[in-house]
Ligand binder design. Structure first.
Ligand SMILES: Nc1ncnc2c1ncn2[C@@H]1O[C@H](COP(=O)(O)OP(=O)(O)OP(=O)(O)O)[C@@H](O)[C@H]1O
Ligand SMILES: [Mg+2]
Length: 240
C-alpha cells in the first residue's frame, strides 16, 4: 500500500505537473453509412490546478473526448492518463469503478435521481464507493450542499427546485468522494446566462481556492475570461 502510494507520487512528479495527458487519441463511430471518425489524433495535457475549457462547434468531438476521459466510452487507439491511471488500458468495469473513486462528473442535464431527496442524491454516491464512514455521510452531504448554497432545500426532491439549483446539487454530488479532477460537459448548457454565471463562480472557487483540476466543455464565450486555458476543437482535433 505504502509502496504503491510512493510509486504513484513518483509517477505524478515525473509527469511534470500534468494530471491529464492524452496522446494521439482516435475514435470512430460505426454507422450504417460506414465509420465516422469523431476523434482524429487528439493530444492534450491538463496541468494540476488548471481550469481548462474546451470550446468548438457542434459535432467537433468535444463530448466524445470527454466521454473517453471519464471512461464512459473507450477510444479505438491512443493513450489517456489521469492522475496516474492509464484509463485506455482498463476494461469497462474497471473504468466505472475508477471513475467513481477518482473523478467528479457533471453533465448538461443534471441527472439527479428524481425519487431521492437532494441529500440522498449525494449520500448515495458515497454509499456506492463506501468512501466515508456510514455515520459521517449525511453530515458530509449537508456540508457539500452548504458549499453550493442549497442546504435549505436538502430534503426536497430534484423536481421541486430550479434547474440552476439542480446543477448545484449535481456539482455537490460530483464532489461527494472528494475527487482531485472534475470533468463537465456543457454544465451550463441548459441554464440562463445569470444562473450559468453563478455555476461558473462555483467552478472557479473549486479550482482557484480548493485545488481541484477542471476539464470543461462549454459553448459559453464568457468562459474565456475565467478559465486558465482554453483549447478549441474542430473536426476531431485540437486546433489551438
Ligand atoms: N453514437 C454515435 N454514433 C454515430 N455518430 C456519433 C455518435 N455520437 C457522436 N457522433 C458523431 O461524432 C461527431 C462528434 O460528436 P460529439 O458529440 O463528440 O460532438 P460535440 O463537439 O460534443 O458536439 P455538441 O457541441 O453538439 O455537443 C459528430 O459528428 C456526431 O454526429
Ligand atoms: Mg457535446
Amino acid at each position: 500500500m505504502l509502496k504503491s502510494r510512493t510509486r504513484r507520487k513518483a509517477e505524478r512528479a515525473a509527469a511534470d505537473g500534468a494530471i491529464i495527458t492524452i496522446r494521439d487519441l482516435h475514435k470512430a463511430y460505426r454507422t450504417p453509412a460506414g465509420d465516422f471518425p469523431a476523434l482524429r489524433g487528439v493530444d492534450l495535457r491538463v496541468n494540476r490546478g488548471d481550469f481548462m475549457a474546451v470550446v468548438g462547434k457542434s459535432g467537433a468531438g468535444k463530448s466524445t473526448l470527454i466521454n473517453c476521459v471519464t471512461g464512459i466510452d473507450s477510444p479505438d487507439s491512443g493513450e489517456i492518463h489521469v492522475d496516474g491511471s492509464a484509463v485506455h488500458t482498463m476494461g469497462e468495469d474497471a473504468r466505472s469503478r475508477w471513475r467513481g473513486e477518482n473523478l467528479g462528473v457533471v453533465f448538461q442535464f443534471f441527472q439527479l435521481l428524481p425519487n431521492l431527496t437532494l441529500i440522498e442524491n449525494i449520500t448515495i454516491a458515497m454509499d456506492f464507493r463506501n468512501s466515508y464512514p456510514l455515520r459521517e455521510r449525511k453530515e458530509r452531504a449537508l456540508h457539500l450542499l452548504e458549499q453550493v448554497d442549497i442546504a435549505e432545500h436538502a430534503y426536497k426532491t430534484p423536481g421541486r427546485i430550479s434547474g440552476g439549483q439542480q446543477q448545484r446539487v449535481a456539482i455537490a454530488r460530483a464532489l461527494a468522494n472528494d475527487p482531485p479532477v472534475l470533468v463537465a460537459d456543457e454544465p451550463t448548457g441548459n441554464l440562463d446566462s445569470k444562473t450559468a454565471g453563478a455555476i461558473f463562480d462555483l467552478f472557479e472557487d473549486l479550482v482557484y481556492n480548493q485545488g481541484k483540476t477542471l476539464l470543461m466543455v462549454t459553448h459559453d464565450r464568457d468562459i474565456q475570461r475565467r478559465a486558465s486555458r482554453v483549447v478549441e476543437m474542430a473536426d476531431g482535433r485540437i486546433e489551438a
